[in-house]
Design a protein around this ligand. Structure first.
Ligand code: KIV
Length: 268
């Protein structure tokens, strides 16, 4: 048996190059970090979705950098091998590159190995500024939950040719600015496939079809703890599982063998 090594940016790039699907889940505390890491999840995302899953808000907008720093520290303390991405919350990178650096540094010092920020072309200078200072950055396009009020709700993005073309151009601009990974959320499967094929960096999908370089779900959703309507792209992995560990192992196996997401059930 080969010895397990910590996931690095180099390893994520190699997985993308070799067509090995990347597994990612959100994670907010030390206990779950242990469970997810033991199941072989490649990337733990300390997502600002914790504003909804843990704090009970109706969006991610109220989440503070203090909360993100705290939960990043919790996740890092339980993790051994997975790559940790910390979300920069709403308002924490919008003012200036210097503000983004200050807040990204807090997440990195709490244990993140990469920070994620949402948005298109306007974030490219921020991405470049952070990357030049040694902070790996994950971009996020499609449905960007921090902009939910501007987008008019949690709606599918990139449906028409113009919107799809714009998203591809934004993805290229962000990769060119130095983003090392990108999350795309709630887009038609065809667009997910095009983005994964055209962009030179791993494209991690959530509600973006089976053609992405990797998949991410919100932990609570895949454990069947969804309040309100379950989004179409979610599978409850607790259904038929013997334990939480088993459910997470099934998620990892299903993403790796391509049986999740299933285009006809979970795609748009
Ligand atoms: O905060 C989060 O959980 C996310 C995922 C939806 C990708 O950004």
């Amino acid at each position: 048996m080969t010895e397990r090594k910590p996931v690095t940016l180099h390893r994520l790039r190699a997985m993308h190059r070799d067509g090995e699907t990347i597994t990612m889940l959100t994670c907010y505390d030390s206990s779950f970090a242990r469970v997810l890491d033991a199941a072989g999840v490649d990337v733990l995302l300390v997502g600002d979705s914790l504003g909804m899953t843990l704090q009970g808000h109706t969006s991610t907008v109220p989440v503070s950098i203090d909360a993100m720093e705290y939960h990043t520290r919790c996740v890092a303390s339980g993790n051994r091998y997975a790559w940790i991405v910390g979300d920069l919350p709403f308002g924490s990178y919008h003012e200036s590159c210097e503000q983004a650096l200050r807040n990204a540094a807090r997440l990195m010092q709490a244990g993140a190995q990469m920070v994620k920020l949402e948005g298109g072309g306007w974030t490219a200078p921020v991405v470049r500024f952070l990357v030049e200072r040694g902070i790996p950055v994950c971009a996020h396009l499609g449905l960007t939950p921090q902009s939910v009020h501007a987008l008019g709700g949690y709606r599918i993005q990139g449906r028409d040719d113009a919107a799809a073309g714009l998203m591809l151009a934004q993805g290229r601009e962000l990769a060119e600015a130095g983003a090392a990974m990108i999350v795309i959320e709630l887009v038609p499967s065809d667009l997910g496939r095009i983005l994964a094929r055209e962009l030179p960096i791993p494209v991690i999908g959530i509600g973006a079809g089976a053609g992405c370089s990797g998949q991410v779900l919100v932990l609570h959703d895949m454990l069947g703890i969804t309040h309100g309507r379950k989004p179409r792209f979610v599978r409850d992995f607790m259904d038929g599982a013997a334990s939480i560990d088993d459910a997470v192992a099934r998620y990892v196996a299903a993403v790796r063998d391509g049986s999740f997401p299933d285009e006809s059930t979970h795609g748009y």
